[in-house]
Write a protein that binds this ligand. Structure first.
Ligand SMILES: [Zn+2]
Length: 368
């Protein structure tokens, strides 16, 4: 007999399936967003494309109040475990299938069956399922997608990023955020091909993987300001956002050195602050304290530039020990800069100050 697991309000069997307790917070965020959506729209039909043990489906139903869950797991060996875990949900509140995701989405699309929330928790780049998600999500509905391919977003395999995302990305100190922006960028661009748009609800980096929750909207959102290029100067450690029309002249404004360019990426906000506020209120009601802490950081970071500075990098360049994060943030704010933590890395900050300004302030703080 396989082990019984408990996650938040649900109990289930993992069987021969894959269950990672550490990803609980990723599911928590999805459940919160779905619950906020259910409260706003009065209905919630979920498609869980890669269900594995069914823990997410079960939680969408039990915790978010889903009216219906389309549960799919491509591996037929998991079906009996899945059916067993979902016995209270079936057949009145959901259906189970074992199809490749592309086939499932094609069938749903041909039948005109669109869902309020589409969750495809895949391995790999995630871009393979963007078209599928766009096919089966309602206008106004949400899509929850995953990318687990660190080698691609970190700039170690730029040719692979080119194939998967149509973007060429390079290495710099904020590549984890680049992973989120790659996935959002391809989602936005492919929605734009259909004369639609997406609005990020939240973007979450956790344990080397990127998750994005985005709303599908009727109006195209892609512009040359929110979809473009991130430059990094390996010489002085500053970032830059060269506009499309000035790409040929892009060099670092601080030292005129050539910029390492990554793009095209989503450069707009990672989250919807108002929506995060509603998720936060709910998380507080449910006493999900580790989630509330994350959500607070995500709200704080949302309006800052599309990159971050690791403390290690600041310390290395200033030739000092690791600067104290919270004092650095407060000092920057006192001096009139924007500054916050980032949910992506504990030992890093987001700010609109330059590396030179950061080095000077960190050096000042390091004096006894
Ligand atoms: Zn420079």
């Amino acid at each position: 007999m396989s082990e019984q697991h408990r996650e938040r309000s649900v109990t289930f069997n993992a069987g021969s399936g894959f269950y990672r307790p550490k990803s609980r917070i990723v599911r928590d965020l999805g459940i919160l967003a779905a619950a906020v959506y259910r409260a706003e729209k009065g209905e919630l039909r979920v498609l869980d494309g890669m269900s594995a043990t069914g823990v997410r489906s079960l939680r969408y139903w039990q915790e978010s109040g889903a009216d219906w869950v389309t549960v799919n797991e491509g591996n037929p060996d998991l079906l009996s475990t899945l059916r067993d875990n979902l016995r209270e949900l079936l057949p009145n509140y959901g259906q189970v299938s074992s199809l490749p995701v592309h086939r499932l989405c094609l069938e749903k699309s041909l039948a005109g069956d669109r869902h309020d929330l589409v969750d495809i928790d895949a391995f790999g780049s995630g871009s393979a399922f963007v078209q599928d998600a766009l096919e089966v999500t309602k206008i106004g509905g949400l899509m929850y997608l995953t990318s687990t391919d660190g080698r691609t977003y970190s700039g170690r395999e730029p040719q692979k990023a080119l194939r998967q995302y149509g973007a060429y990305v390079r290495s710099h100190p904020a590549v984890q955020e680049q992973g989120l922006r790659l996935l959002l960028g391809t989602l936005q661009q492919q929605a734009a091909q259909r004369n639609l748009g997406i609005e990020p609800i939240f973007s979450f980096f956790w344990g080397d993987t990127c998750r994005v929750m985005a709303r599908l909207v009727k109006k195209t959102q892609l512009t040359e300001e929110n979809y473009g290029w991130l430059g990094y100067c390996h010489h002085c450690g500053n970032y830059a956002l060269p506009p499309w029309r000035k790409l040929s002249q892009s060099s670092c404004v601080h030292d005129e050195q050539p910029l390492t360019l990554s793009g095209a990426l989503w450069l707009g906000t990672l989250h919807d602050t108002e929506f995060l506020g509603k998720m936060l209120a709910l998380a507080k009601t449910w006493a999900w304290s580790d989630v509330t802490e994350r959500l607070e950081i995500m709200i704080a970071e949302n309006l800052l530039p599309p990159y971050f500075f690791p403390l290690k990098e600041i310390g290395y360049r200033a030739k000092i020990d690791l600067p104290p994060r919270d004092r650095l943030i407060t000092t920057l704010q006192e001096k009139g800069f924007q500054a916050s933590r980032t949910h992506i890395q504990a030992e890093a900050i987001k700010t609109n100050a330059t590396m030179g300004e950061l080095e000077a302030i960190a050096t000042e703080l390091s004096k006894p």
